[in-house]
Write a protein that binds this ligand. Sequence first.
Ligand SMILES: [Zn+2]
Length: 244
Amino acid sequence: MPNVNFSETPPVGMSATANWRVEYDDFLDDFINSVGNDTAMSELEDITGAVFRNKSKLLGQLVAGLIETKYSHLLDQDYCACKQCNKRLKSVGKRSRKLETRVGAFELNRPYFYCRDCHLGFFPLDEVLCLSDSPKQYDIQDIETFLSSEMPYETAKEAYERITGDELSTHHLHDTANAIGEQVGVLEVCPSKEEIEEKIDQLSQGRHRRPVMMLGIDGAYGPMRPLPRFPFRGCGVGSGRMGP
Ligand SMILES: [Zn+2]
């Protein structure tokens, strides 16, 4: 959790029960009735298909309702201390944003605070929830990173959409993988010393010569060998790089 200067616990006496349960029950009833009364839906795949097509809304609304239950005091927060100067601020109103998660999408309408002295604007609820600035939240970015490291972007996009039923662009896959890749050095993606020694032991069994080890890191750039101090005549400078 980030260091925030407001309570995450509802004040005593504030009810966490919200109207969302009634609305969600109605929404669920309508959905169940529509599937139940649809005579064309006879096989299992028809029913699972209907659930899958509505999964994002069914589960997204459920997540939104759970947030409302847990953080109703932050959704209706009128005052908050500035994160920098601690000045008491009044909310300048609510701002809505769309959040996409691996289970579903929903709108989050939460109070915005702005300190004129610090020129700092912030959403307390966003910080408590640890939201990403991107509409696609970190749980999606985690899947994007895994898929794009295992397969081409086009295949990763199709795999994600088939499994979740939600859209994902190759552009976003590429940007997410790059953003995370920029934080990772070559040593961090290399096997550990113990893993390398175990591999060498396996390859050495029954052989007299020591094995030659080569490490391939897809998508990473790094010098293969140090540059020679003096260029060799008639020979290119050893500037080979491991490439994608
Ligand atoms: Zn301030």
